[in-house]
Design a binder for this molecule. Structure first.
Ligand SMILES: [Zn+2]
Length: 326
């Protein structure tokens, strides 16, 4: 198996369901396997992997229970046959429950998980290959603003349960295959999206109003998709919001959203330091800066996707959710 075949196998694991519902659990689990491979570990007992896998799923997956046993188990087989990329090794047969899910107690007791031998061989000695695959996989499941964060975390190889290895600390070199894979996965974008959103919002952040100018040009401002382009969100102004870099990342991370009354909402779990208050909490429940034309304002349909798939409905007041989700 070469790198492109590996990535194609991962792409075959669907990371999205209909209507833009996020299902990044399998790709994230694979990334965890790559991270282990960089540390010189192929198989790791499931019970040791579960906490870190959960943490990855919580931070990069949708706002639902992470449930790491499911992808860790299912990646090993597809359509009844073994996959070439993942292995579950077990000292004893793993029993299933009534809904055909593996029993957690059995997984914890008997199972080890990780990349298959041939997949492991691609990465354990090759940080450049790991970067290439991780970049490609991250682009399948996250908006651009958050891809680097995930790739760097995989390459850092911070796996507490595994033995560290110097390889993971070497600066990765960029190979041609890296660019090739990246461009193959890039989704088509309407080049007019960003200028339209910028014009609609008057070239300032819709949350904090910052519009820093140097030599007559602004910087650090971006047109964000509310319903991620990666998840099928359209390049329409009503799916856009113009934000500074920090508020863009916060939107994509689910730290902030816009409610049905066009007020900013901050996740209640975002920490309450004075710095976070300055940048986030002081805007909580305040109206965002809206486009001058009503028809350019964020659409409720796009916002609903963000509440459900990124911000978490439980973080919105119940009356908000009821009013707009019926
Ligand atoms: Zn801002």
């Amino acid at each position: 198996m070469n790198l492109q075949e590996f990535v194609a196998e991962v792409e075959a694991q669907r990371a999205w369901r209909a209507h833009g519902i996020r299902a990044p659990h399998k790709p994230l689990t694979i990334l965890y396997g790559i991270k282990l491979a960089l540390c010189g570990t192929r198989l790791i007992p499931y019970r040791k992997a579960a906490p870190e896998l959960s943490s990855l799923l919580v931070r990069y997956g949708p706002p639902t229970d992470p449930n790491p046993q499911d992808p860790a188990w299912r990646l090993a087989r597809r359509d009844g046959a073994r996959t070439r990329i993942w292995e579950v090794r077990s000292e004893q047969p793993i029993r299933s429950d009534r809904s055909n899910n593996p029993r957690l107690t059995d997984l914890n007791k008997f199972a080890s998980i990780g990349l298959s031998e041939e997949a492991y061989a691609l990465f354990h000695d090759d940080p450049a290959a790991a970067r290439s695959a991780a970049t490609q996989i991250a682009s399948l499941i996250l908006p651009e603003s958050r891809q680097d964060e995930l790739v760097e975390e995989v390459l850092e190889g911070r796996v507490t349960a595994a033995s560290p290895d110097d390889e993971s600390n070497q600066p990765p070199s960029l190979e041609p295959v890296h660019r090739e894979l990246e461009s193959a996965s890039r989704i088509r974008r309407d080049p007019a999206f960003a200028p339209r959103v910028r014009a609609a919002y008057g070239n300032a952040c819709a949350v904090c109003s910052i519009s820093p100018r140097l030599s007559h040009a602004t910087f650090g401002l971006e047109a964000a998709h509310i319903w991620w382009a990666r998840g099928g969100g359209p390049d329409a102004v009503q799916n856009g919001i113009y934000l500074c870099r920090m508020h863009h990342i916060a939107l994509d991370r689910g730290a902030i959203t816009v409610d049905g009354e066009m007020r900013l909402r901050v996740a209640p779990t975002l920490e309450h330091t004075s710095e976070c208050s300055d940048v986030f909490h002081r805007f909580d429940r305040r109206p965002i800066r809206l486009p001058s034309k009503d028809r350019d304002a964020p659409s409720i349909q796009m916002l609903k996707w963000h509440w459900e798939q990124v911000f978490g409905l439980k973080n919105l007041a119940p009356e908000q959710a009821e009013r707009h989700l019926s």
